[in-house]
Design a binder for this molecule. Structure first.
Ligand code: NAD
Ligand code: 2ZO
Length: 460
């Protein structure tokens, strides 16, 4: 609830400068061998690892999440740099034999200046998820963090510079929608990788279309988590908490529609409510805190509004869903709320259809696999999904039939850097993480080589 610092939004002049200097750096960086780029990126990863606790602390102050989670975010961040550094030296094309000794080959080339636009829930990690594959492929990046979490992307820029990237290779511009618009409309930009809401994603795509920029969209979700009666209940309950309450519930891939097979509903609810009530909310810098503060007063009010609406529509609040005031005087005025479990939910309720982006779990009973799959897929979103069952065939059948970019089996919200992450349907397209992301930050050139004479096709 207190001001952290003043940041000034970048206008046209600053955006032009950022893109121009990024382009100059790109010309140098893209000509370096992959192994050389890898060395610089490994050095950046080493610095992040060395300063992990300090960066995590800044991320807590930036975002409000607990220090325990922030440390995980920073670990994932340096691992992302290490992973793509490992790939940088392996980028290669293909050799294709043609008749008469002729041949063709392909070259994997950088795109140029890429723009990264981030959301506020994983500020440092998003900047790494975008910049690491971009830089590994030889691109430069101009990154715009959310104005609500402006601080830690700047730390990343300082670290890249210290590690030895050419000046301007990773530039940070501050600002909101206006600055973002300048970036997306800029003719000097080859690609936009965006993380944020569906409505903004649509605008990004529209703007990028004007100069046919490549686009990656990592958007919102309303993911289903399906819990069958044959599950290991203890794990399913823990999984439901993981799927709903990390980062105060402000997680794009959260499994907020929890479908529980009717026979185990009473025991599931008893356990999930008991554990939700026990989540320690408060000073996010303390080691034993597990839930910090939401991002802004406005967002807290929006989330509490979803809970009020759910009650009006007939849902029953089993726990939480209220503004929370920690006893420490310094935390007064912070944007805390108690995590909420909603029972008596039906598929047509607002809390079940719309992304809340806060600590609110909606629970619904189901009877059969066929029925639950139909209900789970009845959404315009498709970011993630989850299933808890001991039946291995069922687990894979359900994973195949869920319309989502990720399906977690017997766990939730696990995303190591080796594993591709991205949505189906209106949750976006393109992937982050994993080897496949190289394809989203590079382009393939074909070179065709004639070893004989050119045909006298025109007889002249
Ligand atoms: N799929 C994913 O990987 C992922 C990850 C995190 C968050 N999200 C989604 O992000 C949303 C929450 O984040 P948010 O509130 O920051 O989203 P948002 O769409 O409001 O803003 C995201 C970013 O876009 C910028 N922006 C806003 N309007 C713009 C415009 N017209 N042109 C260019 N840039 C513009 C913002 O300044 C911010 O940096 C949720 O829907 C969540 O699900 C998705
Ligand atoms: C690391 N998580 C928990 C999978 C979140 C990824 C980014 C989504 O908001």
């Amino acid at each position: 609830g207190r001001k952290l610092c003043d940041m000034f939004p970048c206008g046209k002049e600053e955006v032009d400068q950022a893109i121009q200097s990024a382009h100059t750096a790109y010309l140098k960086w893209s000509k370096m061998a992959g192994m050389e780029r890898a060395r610089v990126m490994l050095e950046a990863a080493r610095i992040i690892r060395e300063r992990r606790d300090n960066i995590a602390k800044l991320e807590v102050i930036n975002n409000g999440k607990s220090i325990t989670e922030a440390r995980v975010d920073i670990d994932v961040s340096w691992q992302t740099l290490e992973y793509y550094a490992g790939i940088a030296g392996t980028l290669a094309g293909q050799h294709i034999q043609l008749p008469g000794g002729s041949f063709a080959y392909t070259r994997r080339e950088a795109l140029g200046v890429c723009v990264g636009i981030g959301a506020w829930n994983y500020p440092f990690q998003i900047a790494c998820w975008k910049s690491a594959p971009a830089l590994a492929c030889g691109n430069a990046m101009v990154f715009k963090p959310s104005p609500f979490t402006a601080v830690t992307a700047v730390i990343l820029a300082e670290i890249y510079k210290e590690a030895g990237v050419p000046d301007g290779l990773f530039n940070v511009v501050q600002g909101g929608a206006e600055t973002g618009t300048l970036l997306c409309n800029h003719p000097g930009v080859a690609k936009v990788s965006f993380t944020g809401s569906v409505p903004t994603g649509k605008k990004i795509m529209e703007m990028s279309a004007k100069t046919v920029k490549q686009v990656t969209l990592e958007l919102g979700g309303k993911s289903p988590l399906i819990i069958f009666k044959d599950c290991e209940l203890e794990n399913a309950v823990r999984g439901a908490l993981m799927a709903n309450f990390l980062t105060q519930g402000e997680v794009c891939c959260n499994g907020t529609r929890v479908y529980v097979q009717r026979e185990i509903m009473p025991v599931f609810l008893e356990e999930v409510v008991k554990r939700t009530k026990a989540i320690r909310i408060g000073d996010p810098l303390l080691e034993n805190t597990r839930m910090g503060a939401l991002i802004t007063r406005q967002h807290l009010d929006k989330v509490l509004g979803f809970v009020s609406q759910a009650k009006k529509e007939g849902a029953m609040v089993l726990c939480g869903g209220e503004a929370f005031t920690p006893i420490e005087p310094k935390l007064k005025g912070g944007y805390y709320m108690s995590p909420c479990v909603l029972d008596n939910c039906t598929d047509d309720m607002t809390c079940v259809k719309e992304e809340i982006f806060g600590p609110v779990m909606s629970v619904m009973p189901f009877d059969t696999e066929e029925e639950v799959l139909k209900r789970a897929n009845n959404t315009t979103f498709g970011l993630a999904s989850g299933v808890f069952t001991r039946d291995i065939s069922r687990a894979h059948r359900v994973a195949e039939n869920l319309q989502a970019g990720t399906c977690f089996i017997n766990n939730y919200n696990i995303s190591p850097v080796e594993v591709p992450f991205g949505g189906y349907k209106q949750s976006g397209f393109g992937k982050e993480n994993g080897q496949v992301t190289i394809e989203y930050y590079s382009q393939l050139k074909t070179v065709v080589v004639e070893m004989g004479d050119v045909d006298d096709y025109f007889n002249c």
